[in-house]
Design a protein around this ligand. Structure first.
Ligand SMILES: *Cc1c(COP(=O)(O)O)cnc(C)c1O
Length: 354
C-alpha cells in the first residue's frame, strides 16, 4: 500500500525544550488510514495535523471502542533517531484490538508508516536528555450507528508530540495513594488493554488522591482488594531486602513495555527478580520490619518514577530519604542510556529511523 503524502503549508517552529511540557505540542503532520469490511485498512496517508470530521453518531462516542498506544522516539547526540521497542507497542495494540473487537493492523506496515512520518517531522524531535518525540497511535470506531455491536468501520491515526523531561526538576519521588473504594479493572475485563474507558474509569479515584495531595493512585485487585496491581499509568516495583518484586500479570494489569525492560535488565544483572502476587499488607509489613528499600513505577512517559510515600487509609509510610533510590536511578540511567544511544543496545530494543 502506497502512503499518500500531503505537505502542511504551515512552517511552525518547535518551542524551546524547557517550554515543552507533556502532550501539549503537536507536530505538523499525522498518519491516517481507514478500515471498512470490504477494503480492510485502506487509504493510508500522511497529511497536515488537523481536526477530523466524524459523525456525532460515530460509535466511539457512545460505546467506547477506542484503543491507543504510547511510545517515544529519541534523538541521539550524533543526530540519529531511535525508536524504542516500537514493534512491541504495535503488537500490544493488536492484542488490545483483539480484546475490543477491532480489526488487526499489519505491524510491518504501520512501522514503515511511522518511520516515514517521523522523518518528515524530524525537526520536532528535541534532543536534550529527558525530552523526546511522544508517539500516539490510536484506533476509533466510526460507524454512524446507535446500537451495541462492534463497528464495521474504523480510523487508525498516529499523532506526534514534542515532549519535555517528565520531571522538570529531575527524578523527584512521588507520593501515591492506595484506592480503597474504587478499582481500576477486574480479571476477565479489559484492564490489560490500552482502551480509553479504563482511563475514564480511573478519574474519580485520581481526583480524590489529588485532593489529598497525592500524585497518583495505587490500585488494588478488584476481587480481594488486597493485591497490588499498578499505579496510575505505570507498573510498579518494590525492592524488599534484595528481592525486586512486581505484580504478576493477571489480566487486569496493563503489560507495560518498560516493565518488561526492567525485568529483563534485573535478570541480566543477576538481581533476585520475582513476578508474583504482592499484597498491600506485605508492603506495609516490609516497611515496618525495615525491609522495604525502594518503590518505583515504570512507564513510557517518565521511564522510572521513584515513590517516596504511600498512603493506605490512615496509614502513611515514607520510603527513602526524599531523593531517588539507588536501584531506581540505576534502571533509569540504563534505560535512558540505551534510548539516547549512550550505551550499547545489547537487547535489540532500538530501531534507527533513517
Ligand atoms: C501504558 C500503561 C502502562 C505502562 O506501559 P509502558 O508500555 O511501559 O508505557 C502501565 N499501566 C497503564 C494503565 C498504562 O496505560
Amino acid at each position: 500500500m502506497e502512503i499518500k503524502i500531503t505537505q502542511a503549508k504551515t512552517n511552525r517552529t518547535r518551542p524551546q525544550d524547557s517550554e515543552l511540557g507533556f502532550g501539549k505540542v503537536f507536530t505538523d503532520h499525522m498518519f491516517v488510514m481507514d478500515y471498512s469490511e470490504d477494503n480492510g485498512w485502506h487509504n493510508p496517508r500522511i497529511e497536515p495535523y488537523a481536526d477530523f470530521s466524524v459523525a456525532p453518531s460515530a460509535m466511539v462516542f457512545h460505546y467506547g471502542q477506542a484503543i491507543f498506544e504510547g511510545l517515544k522516539a529519541y534523538k541521539t547526540s550524533d543526530n540519529k533517531i531511535h525508536l524504542y521497542r516500537a514493534r512491541d507497542n504495535f503488537e500490544r495494540m493488536n492484542r488490545s484490538a483483539k480484546g475490543m473487537c477491532i480489526p488487526q493492523i499489519d505491524v510491518d506496515f504501520v512501522m514503515d508508516a511511522l518511520k516515514q512520518l517521523i522523518k518528515i517531522e524530524e525537526k520536532w524531535i528535541p534532543q536534550t536528555l529527558g525530552t523526546a518525540l511522544y508517539i500516539r497511535p490510536t484506533i476509533i470506531a466510526t460507524d454512524p450507528f446507535l446500537g451495541v455491536r462492534a463497528s464495521f468501520t474504523y480510523k487508525f491515526f498516529i499523532i506526534l508530540s514534542s515532549v519535555g523531561a517528565y520531571y522538570a526538576e529531575g527524578l523527584n519521588p512521588v507520593k501515591i495513594w492506595v484506592s480503597k473504594d474504587h478499582v481500576r479493572a477486574v480479571r476477565g475485563g479489559v484492564g490489560e488493554f490500552k482502551t480509553a474507558g479504563n482511563y475514564a474509569a480511573s478519574l474519580i479515584a485520581s481526583e480524590k488522591a489529588k485532593k489529598e495531595g497525592y500524585a497518583q493512585v495505587l490500585w488494588l485487585d478488584a476481587i480481594e482488594r488486597k493485591y497490588i496491581e499498578e499505579v496510575g499509568a505505570m507498573n510498579i516495583f518494590f525492592l524488599i531486602n534484595d528481592e525486586l518484586v512486581t505484580p504478576n500479570l493477571t489480566g487486569s494489569i496493563l503489560p507495560g513495555i518498560t516493565r518488561y525492560s526492567v525485568i529483563t535488565l534485573a535478570k541480566k544483572w543477576g538481581m533476585a527478580m520475582s513476578e508474583r502476587r504482592i499484597s498491600i499488607d506485605e508492603v506495609f509489613k516490609a516497611h515496618e520490619d525495615g525491609k522495604l528499600v525502594e518503590v518505583f513505577g515504570s512507564g513510557t512517559a517518565a521511564v522510572i518514577s521513584p515513590v517516596g510515600e504511600i498512603r493506605y487509609g490512615d496509614k502513611v509510610i515514607s520510603i527513602g530519604d526524599g531523593t531517588p533510590g539507588e536501584t531506581a536511578m540505576k534502571f533509569y540511567d540504563a534505560l535512558t542510556d540505551i534510548q539516547y544511544g549512550k550505551a550499547e543496545d545489547t537487547e535489540n530494543w532500538i530501531e534507527v529511523v533513517d
